[in-house]
Design a protein around this ligand. Structure first.
Ligand SMILES: [Zn+2]
Length: 274
């Protein structure tokens, strides 16, 4: 008899849900609703980015879903401008056939292991994998959760120099380069060659733009990490503009590689002040 009563009571409970059950249903329904977040399909939150639960006082609360970290990382890669390069220019694909390439790779690895706010510079002879190693470093920093921005010097400097007379537009273009956590400048002062194949010096506009960006990041301290590849060695940059070169060198120090042309691809790793 008691058993039947209990059964009836249970049935009674089912037909008239308690406040707690009602809240839980509501919560389940909210969790079952699909959200609108794109890029990544998350089965846990159904692309809402949050997961609802019934808190201690019986209120429905929500917490951020773990997929938000994945989405943030994907957005960082997208915003970095490096999306198409990251899969190609990885550490594992970097060829280390020559002592120079071995040195480049080991310096980059050491940089990632123990650099604390240092900068990374590779300058000099083209074709040595400068962009490759710098992209691999930038990719690793992205994976670690840092916001990285890619700046292809020639393209982006042209845009900024064109906006020099429009103060608002110029600021809009240049501030992200100053503020981003990690800036990767690819091919700083990309040289133009004259008819005789002689490299032209960078223009005063280029020199002043580089100083503005580099100086701002230099002042920013650990939050101004900058990765630079250039066809100019540190010595050559020093002759172009000692103020810019000095700041780069001071920040990069042991992670400053200058590749000098010569027999059998002569190279050296500069550690002393230029
Ligand atoms: Zn999720």
């Amino acid at each position: 008899m008691q058993g039947i009563l209990r059964k009836k009571l249970r049935q009674g409970n089912r037909s008239a849900p308690s406040f707690e059950e009602h809240t839980q249903h509501q919560c389940d329904a909210m969790n079952a609703t699909a959200g609108k977040l794109e890029d990544y399909d998350c089965p846990k939150c159904r692309n809402k980015g949050v997961i609802y639960f019934v808190g201690e006082g019986g209120e429905i609360k929500c917490r951020e879903c773990a997929c938000m970290a994945i989405r943030a990382s994907m957005a960082r890669i997208r915003n970095s401008g490096l999306q198409n390069l990251l899969d190609i220019y990885t550490f594992s694909r970097f060829q280390t056939d020559t002592p120079l390439q071995k040195l480049m790779k080991s310096t980059a690895e050491q940089y990632l292991d123990d650099s604390d706010g240092s900068w990374f510079f590779v300058g000099g002879q083209s074709g040595a994998g400068k962009s490759h190693i710098c992209t691999a470093v930038a990719g690793e920093l992205l994976k670690r959760g840092e916001a990285v921005r890619y700046m292809l010097w020639k393209d982006e400097s042209t845009k900024r120099k064109a906006a020099i007379n429009d103060e608002d537009e110029y600021d809009r273009l240049i501030s992200p380069l100053k503020a981003v956590q990690v800036l990767y400048i690819d091919d700083l002062f990309k040289p133009v060659y004259d008819d005789r194949g002689v490299r032209r010096q960078p223009s005063p506009g280029d020199i002043s733009l580089a100083f503005e960006i580099i100086n701002s990041r230099y002042i920013a301290g650990p939050s101004g990490v900058t990765i630079i590849s250039s066809e100019w060695t540190m010595d050559e940059l020093q002759r172009i503009d000692p103020a810019t070169a000095g700041r780069i060198f001071q920040k990069a120090q042991d992670y400053c590689i200058s590749i000098t042309p010569g027999k059998g691809r002569n190279y050296r790793l500069r550690r002393q002040k230029p």
